[in-house]
Ligand binder design. Sequence first.
Ligand code: AMP
Ligand code: MG
Length: 486
Amino acid sequence: MAVDNKIEWNFNNTYLSLPKIMLSEQKPDIVKKPEVVIINHSLSEELGLNLLNLDNDYLASVFSGNSLPDGSKTISMAYAGHQFGHFTILGDGRAITIGEHVTQNNQRFEIQFKGSGKTKFSRDGDGKAALGPMLREYIISEAMHYLNIPTTRSLAVIKTGEKVIREKELKGAILTRVATSHLRVGTFQYFAYKKDDSSLKTLINFTINKHYPSLKNKENLYLNLIDKLMEKQIDLIVNWMRVGFIHGVMNTDNMALSGETIDYGPCAFMDQYDPKSVFSSIDHFGRYAYYNQPTIAKWNLARFAECLIPLLDSNKDKAIKLATDKVNEFDSNYEKKWLGMMRDKLGMIGNQKEDEVLILDLLQWMHINKADYTNTFCNLTYENMINDKIFHKDDFLKWKERWKIRLSVNNNDKTSEKTMKKSNPVVIPRNHLVEDALKTAETGDLEKTNRLLKVLSEPYKIQSSIQDLQTSPKPSKIPYKTFCGT
Ligand code: AMP
Ligand code: MG
């Protein structure tokens, strides 16, 4: 059923110009008893949507897919991907894009339901999603946004009134996800696998028009696109490393061409610093561990570059060399940006030879002492904010003396302070807090979720009465695990 456009969607679905073999028309399932769990009014305002004056029944009906708005064109997309290193044909198995909304200042966003039923690409999956994981994506993606990290966002979570069967029976839910696009490295791999160069070119033009119009008239267009994706992904991963975020499942289908963080599955934030941190229950070999994220981003970029080889040069050897040389620029570019990010976290102005050793010594101290990553930087930024005796230890104080000497080079206290405050969040969505909020949300009580969301919407600001959200949990005997595919 189509409904009046009370929400004021302004759909202009450019994705319909993509090659037909990539799209499948798909209607969301009608759900039994849709009920609003949460609506993101601040995002809806940014998008120029009118949700504030609509009643919950109407919103539940629209954001469950029971009533599709006029102008929507519901599709699922084909894509492929390397999952844990193995190539597979995938596609939106439980996601349906309903339209591309254009805001008043001409920004475009794809609006997508996650968990709204089977699609042509569902394989063995049921196409559904459960409340916990959808609300988890909502909380973490919003937190990422306010941490100033590019990300897809979350507009609504609706309970379906139906059961979803996983290891046990769970409450069904649908998340409305907002992204500048859902194009992934895996989308390109799909056409490369099919050896469909013509569709690949259409996809590349679409991508460049949408995300990187400045590349349009450049020579070496394809090489420039690889370069651009490299830059975007390096910036993204450096940001993840900055706040201790571990994506958990950096398969090539989860690497977006836009440079946004996408597909919040088994992701988590690190409390105590350990570069080998890994939380996903299915990541047995630590492929997607914290420290390995740049290596994997480079690996994924190489898979992207491979797709473009037929277009890079008619001489295959030359094309391979061009792609390889480009991808090999990753390490030094990443290193430079990572070092810059760490210097910012420590307020160090300019470049000094000893900076890297100073930074690595701090990380090593954190690792050996099981110090909390966020709180250590908080302690350095706001001297008296974190009350933990670990920061009175001799070796830490000695490191601090070296750091102070470094700060006196190119001394500018104001700039240092400002940069540190922008780089070091005082609060992050700690795993135990998110789990606790989700547990109570299951019972219909959203107080903890709402408090968390409110505090996380200003992560760089000193806020009163949030000590309980800043405390690092004691290392648990049972490691924290997150589960994929729920
Ligand atoms: P992800 O790990 O979320 O990136 O998902 C990997 C692939 O599995 C994607 O193609 C998803 O669309 C698909 N998928 C995940 N969960 C389900 C489900 N419940 N039903 C159908 N497909 C799913
Ligand atoms: Mg995915």
